[in-house]
Design a binder for this molecule. Structure first.
Ligand code: UDX
Length: 473
């Protein structure tokens, strides 16, 4: 199948490379000439597992890059729109890029085409695309508009695409649904998974994936409702964590207890400093706005968003309670990305917290395995960027863990202890067992679990014959 994918951001680039791996002929269209020439020369601008392999495998063969949308439309049976839908000041999605693509597609139509929304868009967008295309001269029987939402997580986007839990095809007409079915046939038939060079199967893969054919409007809602539900799970466990702290319970035990109920499930129940990223914050605001426009006051979403913001304030309060005053304190920070496994810092709670700490007069030395370059662009020059976790910890009054990178969960605790000015760790991602941290001499604060008071630590350290802190930098 000849397919155009418009927009070479996370979604477009991953979708284009994966469609090529399924065996389709792809033209990835973008109007950013710099990005295009980088892609044409083999650069992969995002940190995404398996993406460099796929681009190298198909670039110049089944995966080509172009700035000419009209030519790409003429050469394709399906056009996937994967352009940005940034939030406006009011929180709804700015669909102007989608609209301008629809207009240009209409002008280039030369036979039946399926125009597919891949960007996350509000319900009714498919109607609007149809209207804009008709207004711009496309004959009604020359195209259909479908919605095929993506459920890609950054860091695992390629395997999420190729091994999805479900594929949702929102198509209002059978001819359009059957063309989309054909595109995904290598996955739904299981053929792809038998190929020798298939991207390896991740844990928990659902093979073959469930195929759901729905109306375009239902598909649009599935996407927003899925992200809102996941964000709600995170805010729910964060709220439970706060109660655990007040009553002296342990949120990890509570999480295990509730997550073992198969109706709830253990995933997406990790407490922390709140969700971030390019999707949840934007999609919740957009879903809230869509609901309001449709006459439903979805106040549950306000609460999900409020709890998420409060989570950062609670973390800051913890840092304060560990250090008393913040002005003049030097902090080591582990993590800049909005979650582990990505270099993306959009809406990262870590960045927002660092900005607040700088305003409070702290100095910060930060380390992240992938996001340093991006963070450098948004953080003030006051932040020092370290080249290892231990360098970030060196001489710090406390160490803050802000992102759930695997490598932060396996630090050499003796080495860490020897680097810090004071052995205080404030862990916003619950990466360590409090008993183990205490046994290593740290005063360890985490989320939804009890902190062993520093006084009993001194006694414990003395009993263990450890040299006492503080020491000179
Ligand atoms: C999300 C959706 O998962 C994906 O289906 C959609 O297509 C895009 O948005 P992504 O933004 O890449 O993907 O990140 P995700 O892994 O979902 O994490 C979102 C945020 O929630 C991160 O900040 C993460 O740290 C936080 N999170 C996640 C928690 O705090 N606790 C959890 O248990 C899970």
């Amino acid at each position: 199948m000849h397919i155009s994918v418009v927009g070479s951001g996370y979604v477009g680039l991953v979708a284009g490379a994966c469609f090529a791996d399924l065996g389709h002929e792809i033209i990835l269209v973008d109007n950013d000439q710099l990005k295009l020439s980088a892609l044409k020369s083999g650069a992969v601008p995002i940190h995404e597992n398996f993406l460099p392999e796929l681009v190298a495998r198909h670039r110049g063969k089944r995966l080509n890059f172009s700035g000419d949308l009209s030519e790409a439309v003429r050469a394709s049976s399906a056009i996937f729109i994967a352009v940005g839908t940034p939030a406006t000041d009011q929180g709804d999605a700015d669909l102007s890029y989608v609209e301008s693509v629809a207009r240009e597609v209409a002008g280039a139509i030369n036979g039946y085409k399926v125009v597919v929304e891949k960007s996350t868009v509000p319900v009714y967008t498919s109607n609007w695309i149809r209207t804009v295309m008709s207004r711009n001269g496309a004959a009604p029987d020359s195209f259909d508009v479908a919605s095929n939402p993506e459920f890609l997580r950054e860091g695992t986007a390629v395997t999420d695409f190729l091994y999805p839990d479900r594929i949702v095809l929102g198509a209002d007409h059978e001819r359009c649904a059957s063309l989309l079915r054909e595109i995904y046939q290598p996955l739904t038939s299981g053929d792809y998974y038998r190929r020798q060079h298939a991207i390896p199967k991740p844990d928990r893969a659902h093979i073959p994936p469930t195929l759901l054919v729905t109306s375009a409007k239902s598909a649009e809602l599935i996407k927003h409702a899925s992200n809102a539900f996941l964000a709600m799970k995170v805010s729910f466990i964060n709220a439970v964590a706060s109660i655990c702290e007040s009553v002296g319970a342990d949120v990890e035990q509570v999480r295990q207890g509730i997550g073992s109920d198969s109706r709830i499930g253990p995933r997406f129940l990790n407490p922390g400093i709140g969700y971030g990223g390019s999707c949840f914050p934007k999609d919740l605001a957009a879903f809230r706005a869509v609901a309001r426009e449709c006459g439903y006051d979805f106040r549950l979403l306000d609460e999900v968003i409020r709890i998420n913001e409060e989570q950062r304030h609670l973390f800051l309060r913890k840092v304060r309670s560990a250090l008393w005053t913040l002005k003049g304190k030097h902090l080591g920070v582990l993590g800049l990305a909005f979650k582990g496994g990505t270099d993306d810092i959009r809406e990262s709670p870590a960045i927002l917290l660092i900005q607040t700490l700088l305003q409070e007069g702290c100095s910060v030395a930060a380390y992240d395995p992938a996001a340093t370059e991006r963070a450098r662009e948004v953080l003030s020059s006051k932040v020092e960027f370290a080249s290892s976790p231990y360098e970030a910890a060196a001489g710090a009054d406390a160490l803050l863990i802000l992102t759930e990178w695997d490598e932060f969960a396996t630090l050499d605790l003796h080495r860490l202890y020897s680097k810090l000015q004071y052995p205080i760790v404030v862990d916003g991602r619950n990466l360590y067992d409090p008993q183990i941290m205490t046994a290593h001499g740290f005063t360890y604060y985490s989320v939804g679990r009890q902190t062993i008071p520093p006084e009993s630590q001194v006694v414990a350290a003395a009993a263990a014959g450890r040299k006492s802190k503080p020491k000179n930098r």
